[in-house]
Design a protein around this ligand. Sequence first.
Ligand SMILES: [Zn+2]
Length: 156
Amino acid sequence: MQISLRRNVDQLAIALRGDVNEASTDQLADLSGKIEVGRVEFDVSGIELINSFGARAWITFAQGLRRRKVVLTFVNCAVEFIEASNMYVSFVAPSEVASFQLPLQCMSCGVSKRVVCHRSQVNEGPTLPSQNCERCKTPMKLEVDPETYLAFLEIA
Ligand SMILES: [Zn+2]
């Protein structure tokens, strides 16, 4: 996992890329030490894989920050990150997710893409914004079941 860290005026911005796995335990422990009390925004758009060891390390990391009253926000959550959020308790809290990716596919020409959806777009329930295919203009379909995919938000 690659970690990049940027200090802004009122918060810390951390971008995570790659795989969250057994090698992430030490990295996350080290990262935790660099986070002082305050606000942290995580861009997790580059997360590619989260295995069970990685999920455990992540939950330990996130719960530790929450205990220290660090306010966590997750933006551009990758599909893999959302799937882990649905699978593991305490992986994220519903209120911490600001935006996430939706996997879309065109049934006509097969193009697939991921679009970022903001939390406010689904506050009323799992109705998702529609998009047309850039190549053939056919309305694109979600590659996931919306109710299952958004279960972590607890809005259904
Ligand atoms: Zn198409």
